[in-house]
Design a binder for this molecule. Structure first.
Ligand SMILES: [Zn+2]
Ligand SMILES: [Zn+2]
Length: 340
């Protein structure tokens, strides 16, 4: 009930902002367009300017704005401030992405928005101070990158719930995805949850999905590899998807069975060609050298032991994610695992 109320609230804000803008257009005699041009209010303008400059400057990873509720230095800077303090939390995208991007490696265009808005209040059905500016900034980022866009926090994308969390089809759906990620972040990693002060709007890379996983919110499953590196040395390389994890992306064959109800091994309703496609998904083909080289360069940029995720796209291989090696999922049977 609370959840529904907050979702409505967020939706309300987004709709309201748009309605106000449409009313103004109608008032100007310029009609009532179905798809109105971007809102020219000072807040939206400022958000776009900050994000546009950072993207146009080629600084893909460092479009950092602080959007928040803290007392403003100057009134006009109240909602959008550029912030360039270096991130010290290695678990946060805002730490590792700028390093990888600066090394010239292919990464998705990303706008990082930092906020001190008390987003956790959303879960209590409240609308925290500064929410409006924060959403405008994120939305402006998506407008610049194009919809659908990929939304995550510095720490997680909740991607196993794909269409509820990280996959944002359009700007007017943004509020509910922010809510879902705040909820997800506060439910995982108990009892502390994950921070929600850094947000990342990313271009959705063009891929050729091998599967769509219904139990993972229709997540497209693409050729992807995880490489463990230590500096520029490649330690080992794995397909991103272990067989048993991918299987769980499909519905249970008999959801009401004893096994299913007690979390015991049970059968999944897999596509007929699952094994064949799974083999294709894990096939390095002629790409092993490229993958190792990109991972090695990323490792050199990061320094130390990391895992680096690489995704096959229509534009070639992209570095999409990185994590400290000892915090990253690692295939159980890997011989190198013990030494990472
Ligand atoms: Zn506006
Ligand atoms: Zn390994």
């Amino acid at each position: 009930m609370t959840e529904k109320r907050v979702r409505n609230l967020l939706q309300c804000y987004l709709d309201d902002h748009r309605v106000q803008w449409r009313k103004k257009l109608a008032g100007d005699g310029s009609g009532w367009p179905e798809d109105p041009p971007p809102c020219p209010c000072s807040l939206c303008n400022k958000a776009r300017a900050v994000i546009g400059e950072s993207l146009a400057g080629g600084v893909k990873a460092r479009g950092i704005g602080l959007v928040g509720s803290s007392p403003a230095r100057r009134p006009e800077e109240k909602e959008v401030l550029i912030m360039e303090k270096p991130e010290r939390d290695k678990k946060c995208l805002s730490y590792w992405l700028p390093l990888i991007e600066a090394a010239g490696l292919p990464v998705p265009r990303t706008v990082i928005v930092e906020t001190d808005v008390e987003l956790v209040a959303l879960l209590d059905g409240e609308s925290p101070i500064g929410l409006e500016g924060f959403l405008i900034c994120l939305r402006a980022a998506g407008d610049q990158l194009g919809w659908p866009a990929f939304l995550r926090t510095g720490h997680t994308s909740g991607k196993h719930e794909w269409k509820r969390t990280c996959y944002v089809p359009s700007g007017d759906k943004l509020g509910r995805h922010v809510y879902a990620l705040v909820e997800f972040s506060n439910c995982v990693n108990e009892p502390l949850g994950l921070p929600t002060n850094v947000w990342c709007m990313r271009e959705l890379l063009p891929t050729k999905p091998v599967f769509t996983a219904p139990a993972y919110g229709d997540m497209p499953i693409c050729r992807e590899f995880r490489v463990f590196v230590d500096g520029d040395k490649v330690r080992c390389l794995h397909p991103y998807w272990p067989h048993e994890v991918l299987m769980r992306g499909f519905p249970l064959l008999r959801a009401d069975s004893f096994e299913a109800r007690h979390d015991l091994p049970c059968d999944f309703d897999l596509p007929d060609d699952f094994e064949e496609k799974y083999a294709a998904l894990c096939d390095l083909r002629d790409d092993e050298e490229t993958i190792r080289s990109l991972a090695s360069q990323a490792g050199a940029a990061l320094g130390g032991a990391w895992s680096v995720d690489l995704l096959d796209t229509d534009r070639g291989w992209y570095v999409t994610d990185a994590a400290e090696a000892d915090r990253s999922f690692h295939w159980e049977r890997c011989a190198a695992k013990a030494t990472v």
